[in-house]
Design a protein around this ligand. Structure first.
Ligand code: FES
Length: 155
């Protein structure tokens, strides 16, 4: 995110107002993909809040990321309905096959894996999403197929 982009984004919010923290962080993440120490420091200066408090608020909410997403961002639902339909067994397979830990990004930045609480599609559980593609009623066989196809895509 360029300095100019950040200044433009911040200028839409009143300076020295701590109420603007969450929307500012959300907008930065939407634009930049994740939050950095430098961006958090700039936000703190703008709203007049110590950077450690800005970081504390950001770290409190699951929605904020501090690492870049992978080329393929995988969201696995761990909500109750999906859990009851076996999604918890999928986590280990994704981590092992794609060499990425939950909440992290693979070293080559090809994959990132996020656990989400509910995607609002419980009737289609278990569900997972890869970038914009939603996979309802995912079976273990389908998970294997999804993983294989991700590995085969050359980018
Ligand atoms: S629990 Fe997975 S979509 Fe609701």
């Amino acid at each position: 995110m360029t300095k100019e982009n950040l200044e433009t984004l911040l200028s839409k919010h009143p300076a020295n107002k701590k109420d603007g923290l969450l929307p500012i962080l959300q907008e930065i993440q939407t634009e930049h993909g994740f939050l950095t120490d430098e961006l958090l420091a700039e936000v703190g200066r703008y709203i007049n809040m110590p950077v450690n408090k800005v970081y504390g608020v950001a770290a409190f909410y699951d929605q904020f990321r501090f690492k870049p997403l992978g080329r393929f961002h995988i969201q696995l639902c761990r909500g109750t309905a999906c859990h009851l339909h076996g999604s918890s067994t999928y986590l280990g397979e994704l981590e092992k096959q794609l060499k990425v830990k939950a909440g992290g990004t693979s070293r080559d930045r090809r994959y990132s894996l996020e656990l989400v609480n509910c995607m609002g599609a419980c009737e289609s559980s278990p569900v997972l999403r890869v970038n914009d593609t939603f996979y309802p009623h995912t079976t273990p066989e389908e998970l294997t197929r999804i993983i294989r196809s991700l590995k085969e895509i050359t980018v």
